[in-house]
Design a protein around this ligand. Structure first.
Ligand code: FAD
Length: 492
């Protein structure tokens, strides 16, 4: 099946032949330019998804990703059936599979929405080259509000700081979203497709996905339903609500955006329309929400222009930084057994639900890289494996940022205090109690730092430090001093 030359189709007619729509992180009907514009031609459509774990540099999916992808594909395949079409699934090198499907269907065009990481762009370019003039290739912007190539500084460079990026992109609003196609014309025959079950994306031995399934419903419809709830109930207080880890106060759009089950254009315009209609949405709430969407674009801007964001320090002063290597500490952090309740609650929320609140992502990230002095790349990889929203740009850029090595307007040696952060953002300990049930009976005052509580308080709460709940892995103020002296090496 592998081939490197452009397939030559004798029957293909550039004007009327089938169009292969190759879908990647855009598993939706709504506002999907590749699909919608293919449908507009009234030519037969072959929707294709390739599970590519072989192309050079393309990052393998994490465990939680696979769970989501399985359910997302089930949902998307069903939506396509509703439009009279069928999803073709292929596994292998994307180039081989795309060329094979084009050959087998006699397609005369390939449509797809852009991706932005180096390895994926190289795959897309290689396919375009292999197809030459035989098959027309059309690429669309679907998943970012602002294509990284179209945003540049006055000197022609790229932005490294968010605020000027935000100012620049705010000069013009994003385009309107495109409605889903009414129907998708079938080809004479659909190509051979894998069976989704054979991809074995779901965990079995053991099946750790129960908590994730309780928390999430993948798919386009679920994305729209959740966003409507968010706009109805949460948007007007979003600027405050987004800092409450114990509440369900954020949009929870991140996995839907990650898999392209909802479009950022649809989110942008829907949120704005709600805010315009409802006079109860303060400017600060809507602005903060739109800014968060643009943070996502900013991370892609960095990824596109910088390149190897998952591997290489953005700030090269960190290339000589002496990270600690401690498998024991890394494991304690991963398992939510550091002895710092807010950190442990975050890590357990991640394991249980495949997601973590943004504030807590920052706290656990700072704890790993600053209190434990463990390389941000170890944290990034763990998140990549366990997050349902693990994103090639946001995860890498945000880990670099929290680890000090990233694009940051603030000093890189800023260190979060896990106790004061916990007292401030989870005052009554509701978040901690939810995910660290062994501390459930601790009084609010002591739940953030149980080792500081008197013996009788611990006894009354049924907590035995070192037995029912760990002693703190490090002393924060000592760890802070250690980190600051390590940073002296790179402060330069
Ligand atoms: P909301 O607060 O409702 O925000 C709406 C949307 O804006 C989000 O869905 C997201 O797409 C975007 N957004 C919000 N905050 C950020 C941000 N700081 N950076 C980029 N986009 C943002 N986000 C991911 O989508 N995937 C990741 O892999 C990821 N890894 C992260 C790792 C670390 C160490 C940190 C500190 C943050 C990470 N984030 C990541 C950003 C952020 O935590 C999540 O986007 C957010 O928590 C998702 O919840 P929500 O959809 O309810 O967000």
């Amino acid at each position: 099946m592998a081939r490197s030359k452009a397939p030559k189709s004798e029957t293909a007619d550039q004007e009327t032949g089938p169009i292969v729509v190759w879908l990647r992180d855009d598993l939706r009907l709504d506002d999907n330019p590749a699909l919608a514009l293919a449908a507009e031609t009234n030519r037969p459509i072959v929707p294709l998804v390739v599970l590519d774990e072989e192309s050079d540099g393309v990052r393998a999916l994490g465990g939680a990703h696979k769970w989501w992808l399985h359910h997302s594909l089930e949902s998307f395949a069903s939506s396509l059936r509703g439009k009279g079409s069928r999803l073709t699934l292929r596994r292998g090198k994307a180039k081989d599979q795309v060329l094979d499907v084009i050959e087998k269907t006699g397609a005369s065009a390939l449509f797809f929405n852009r991706r932005y990481d180096q390895a994926s762009r190289a795959v897309d370019d290689a396919i375009g080259e292999a197809l030459g003039d035989q098959v027309s290739v059309e690429r669309f912007t679907a998943n970012l509000l602002h294509d990284p190539e179209n945003v540049e500084t006055t000197s022609g460079g790229y932005y490294k700081v968010f605020t000027p990026f935000w100012r620049k992109v705010s000069e013009s609003g994003p385009r309107d979203p495109i409605d889903p196609p009414d129907g998708l014309k079938q080809p004479d025959t659909f190509p051979q497709s894998d069976d989704l079950e054979d991809w074995e994306l779901l965990p079995t031995k053991p099946d750790w996905s129960g908590g994730i399934a309780d928390f999430w419903t993948p798919g386009e419809k679920a994305a729209h339903d959740r966003f409507e709830t968010f706009c109805d109930d949460l948007l007007s207080d979003y600027h405050k609500g987004r800092e409450r880890p114990y509440a369900d106060d954020t949009s929870r759009m991140s996995p839907y955006l990650r898999w392209g089950e909802i479009s950022p254009y649809r989110l942008w315009h829907t949120a704005q329309a709600y805010a315009n209609r409802r006079k109860t949405v303060p400017d600060e709430a809507i602005r903060t929400f739109l800014q968060e969407l643009v943070w996502r674009d900013f991370n892609y801007h960095l990824l596109f222009h910088f390149g190897p964001l998952a591997d290489k320090n953005f700030n090269d002063r960190f290339d000589n930084f002496s990270w600690r290597s401690s498998k024991k500490d890394l494991k304690a952090w991963q398992n939510g057994l550091t002895g710092y309740p807010i950190v442990d609650a975050g890590m357990r929320q991640l394991w249980k639900t495949g997601w973590m609140h943004n504030r807590v992502r920052m706290i656990v990230g700072s704890f790993l890289t600053k209190d434990l002095l463990i390389d941000w790349r170890d944290g990034e990889r763990w998140f990549w494996d366990t997050l349902v929203d693990g994103d090639i740009a946001s995860n890498t850029a945000q880990w670099q940022w929290i680890g000090g090595a990233g694009a940051d307007a603030q000093p890189f040696f800023r260190i979060f205090n896990p106790i004061t952060q916990s007292e401030r953002f989870d005052k009554n300990g509701a978040y901690i109690r939810q995910f660290v049930p062994e501390l459930k009976e601790m009084p609010d005052k002591h739940i953030h730092a149980p080792w500081k509580a008197d013996k009788d308080v611990l006894e009354k709460a049924g907590v035995k430090l070192g037995e029912t709940y760990p002693e703190p892995l490090v002393d924060h103020s000592e760890a802070r001093d250690r980190a600051l002296s390590a940073y002296d090496e790179v402060k330069g």
